[in-house]
Design a protein around this ligand. Structure first.
Ligand code: ZN
Length: 432
């Protein structure tokens, strides 16, 4: 059925459009929306409009024991209190046909994750039919602004890419149509993510994926490919920055071309997952956004929970004691906490301090080990990554944790806002 659809030659603007710049924020315990929104307000004061998007995956909801409705409620309260008039969205993060239903009522943004379907085979007939329907892919494709020549995709490479990605794209189509059917006339934003997989997608593969998404009739506004290099949770980018930059710029150029060629939404842009703390690639990203006049969506979900811990430790007294207790518990359960995140963290157990040692730490020692300041000799990336995945420990504490979040509000809010604005918004989005 999908193969009978043809792409429309004119771009159609979706009913609900995502702003050019948007920031995905996670709020594990639904207490920080106001402090997070403050980072977008500071950006607006500096002349840059960034749409806040609160996202939480099914995995996080399951660990915390929360519902998508709580994300919307917290966001709405923050938006109202702040008098924020520039829009916001609630992202059902990394959903598929099995998990999306829980999110239908509360979300207006859906990240359809089809990474697991990559590489599932399609028939040779389907592959050939796709290539025949898209002869343009086999001609040199002009890309504007990369400084390189046109993109050329050899026939064999095109076939291999179709074979590798067509099944996944069809899955995205199925999930999209399911959401469409359930949401009826209520508009929503569609993201397609393929980042949680082993090998990065090339710009040529990205173009073929976008052609296929157009065939499926998916009005994709953000696409999250896997980029070259490692995007571990809560720590800096690991990889070849120059290679990342070249690929990132080519991807932006491919997206601009795909909008023209396949009638995809004019708002279509890249989505950067595990985008927090990737300090070494922010300057290249900022340059590319300016050079191409392109937009971006950056997901920074897990980093806010670490700022809660930093705020608790900074507050001293009961707050510091709780932060130490959370570390001790996370240390004791380090293996089981790390397993679900094995592909996106890299904890060196030999670098983790003993809980008995941490028990003697001052506020300053705790915060300087955890805070992501690469210049600080006390910063400990293994401790940071363990605590990043350790939010389950705080979730188990229930009210005791939430009560201290209230009691230590001042230092927590200050750290949440400063982390997002100073370390993320400024280097990524603001004029340097
Ligand atoms: Zn992701």
């Amino acid at each position: 059925m999908a193969s009978t659809l043809t792409s429309s030659p004119t771009s159609k603007a979706p009913a609900l459009q995502l702003g050019k710049y948007s920031l995905g924020m996670g709020d594990r315990f639904a207490h920080e929306a106001e402090a997070q929104l403050r980072a977008c307000q500071l950006a607006l004061d500096a002349g840059v409009r960034i749409t806040p998007v609160w996202n939480k995956s099914n995995r996080e909801h399951t660990i915390i024991g929360s519902r998508p409705e709580s994300v919307r409620a917290a966001a709405e309260a923050a938006v109202q209190k702040a008098g924020w008039k520039s829009g916001f969205h609630i992202d059902a993060d990394h959903v598929n046909l099995n998990t999306v239903d829980n999110f239908l009522a509360a979300s207006d943004f859906f990240t359809i994750d089809v990474a697991d379907a990559i590489g599932k085979p399609v028939s040779q007939t389907d592959t050939v039919a796709f290539i025949q329907r898209h002869p343009e892919l086999l001609h040199p494709i002009r890309l504007t602004g990369t400084g390189n020549g046109p993109l050329t995709i050899p026939g064999q490479a095109a076939e291999a890419a179709v074979h590798k990605f067509l099944f996944a794209v069809r899955e995205a189509g199925k999930t999209y149509r399911h959401i469409l059917e359930k949401k009826g006339s209520t508009p929503f934003i569609t993201e397609v993510s393929m980042d949680e997989t082993d090998s990065p997608q090339t710009p040529a593969e990205l173009l073929i994926i976008l052609a296929a998404l157009s065939d499926e009739g998916v009005p994709v506004q953000t696409i999250a490919p896997k980029f070259t290099g490692r995007f571990n949770k809560g720590v800096d980018y690991v990889g070849d920055v120059a290679k990342f930059e070249a690929e990132f710029r080519a991807d932006i150029a491919v997206i601009a071309r795909a909008i023209e060629m396949y009638g995809l939404p004019p708002t279509l842009k890249l989505s950067l997952h595990s985008g927090s703390d990737k300090f070494s690639i922010y300057a290249p990203i900022n340059r590319a956004l300016r050079d191409f006049d392109a937009g971006i969506h950056v997901k920074t979900a897990g980093t806010t929970w670490l700022e809660e811990l930093i705020g608790l430790a900074e507050a001293g007294g009961d707050g510091l004691a709780l932060a130490k207790e959370i570390y001790a518990e996370a240390f004791a359960h380090r293996e089981e906490l790390c397993v679900p995140y094995a592909t996106v963290i890299d904890v060196d157990a030999s670098k983790l301090p003993a809980p008995s040692q941490v028990a003697k730490w001052t506020s300053e020692q705790y915060t300087s080990a955890l805070r992501h300041d690469p210049a600080s000799p006390h910063y400990n990336r293994s401790l940071r990554q363990l605590l990043h995945v350790g939010f389950k420990v705080a979730a188990k504490m229930g009210d005791r944790y939430l009560r201290l979040l209230q009691e230590c509000r001042g230092p927590i809010a200050r750290n949440v806002t400063a982390n997002l604005f100073e370390r993320h918004v400024k280097p990524i989005f603001l004029q340097q």
